[in-house]
Ligand binder design. Structure first.
Ligand code: SAM
Length: 283
């Protein structure tokens, strides 16, 4: 195991603070600091950046972010048992670690970084990972309060995030992520790297917000993708009936075919339909 600082090995930290992993909190800890440093480095040069880390737990990734030179790390953790371990890290890197005890789904992250966009880096708890990502993708105003997201997901979720039309994993998540960001999968992380090991392989995904996504209302885009993918195997002429407008005209004016299925429609196609829907409704 890599020795990146004078702090004790993570196994000792976990034992001393009685941090037995809780499934209800999505706790699968990374104990290899070589790996956490690799994840930290994949978020780019950290030296002049504030990092928001969700779910630091015993602090393997937190230590890596600080070791790799992050100017400031704001760590949001819901499990009070982890706070002692995090305070020890803070003492080792004076003035650079801010610990917030709370639920990341409820914390107003925009107000944490008045100085400008942060980078978000996290080994996310799987039970709330997708919801957190959606919250970040739905940020208002846009461009958002972050300049990149470097996140661990289950591999299958990672594939849905980066999927484009015709990919098997393409769906609502791929449309929203593809509309507002450039999303890439960086590398896989084997189950055995975690304690306890999860059931499936994980992947690191890196998303960078687009400065100028195609103009479109988020809520309408979500309505159209929900209708289209809600009935996955159906053709658009069937699945979009539920929108309650002249959906055949909507499809045609977006340059699409009524016989197409949702999984063959590009992000641009969905945006065209969302804008058409707003126009038809006069909103
Ligand atoms: N970052 C650590 C690592 O890589 O070893 C821990 C990752 S573990 C997969 C997820 C962490 O998120 C846990 O520490 C858990 O307590 C925390 N967590 C779970 N739900 C949370 C929430 N809603 N808000 C903030 N933290 C949460």
């Amino acid at each position: 195991m890599a020795q990146i600082d004078d702090l004790p090995p993570l196994r000792d930290v976990i034992e001393r603070h009685d941090l037995r992993a809780k499934k209800s909190l999505g706790q699968n800890f990374l104990l290899d600091l070589n790996l956490t440093c690799r994840i930290a480095r994949s978020a780019g040069d950290l030296s002049n950046h504030t990092i928001i880390e969700v779910g630091p737990g015993p602090g393997g990734l937190t230590r890596a972010l600080l070791h790799e030179g992050a100017k400031r790390v704001i760590a949001i953790e819901m499990d009070s048992r982890a706070l002692g371990a995090l305070e020890e890290i803070g003492a080792h890197y004076p003035g650079r670690l801010e610990i917030i005890e709370g639920d990341a789904l409820k914390v107003d992250m925009t107000s944490l970084v008045p100085e400008g966009p942060a980078r978000i880096v996290a080994n996310l708890p799987y039970n709330v990972g997708t919801q957190l990502l959606l919250n970040w993708l739905e940020a208002d105003p846009w461009p958002p309060f972050y300049e990149s997201l470097t996140l661990m997901f289950q591999k299958e979720v990672a594939e849905r995030i980066i999927a484009t039309e015709e990919d098997k994993a393409y769906g609502r998540l791929g449309v929203i992520a593809g509309w507002r960001t450039h999303a890439d999968k960086l590398f896989d992380v084997a189950k055995e790297c975690f304690s306890p090991p999860p059931k499936v392989t994980s992947s690191i995904v890196h998303l960078v917000p687009k400065a100028d996504p195609l103009p479109c209302r988020l809520r309408t885009l979500e309505q159209v993708t929900a209708a289209a993918f809600g009935q996955r195997r159906k053709m658009l002429r069937q699945s979009l009936k539920s929108l309650g407008v002249d959906h055949l005209r909507l499809i045609e004016e977006a340059g699409l075919e009524p016989t197409q299925r949702a999984e063959t429609v590009s992000v641009e196609g969905f945006v065209a339909m969302a804008n058409g829907l707003d126009a038809m409704r006069g909103s």
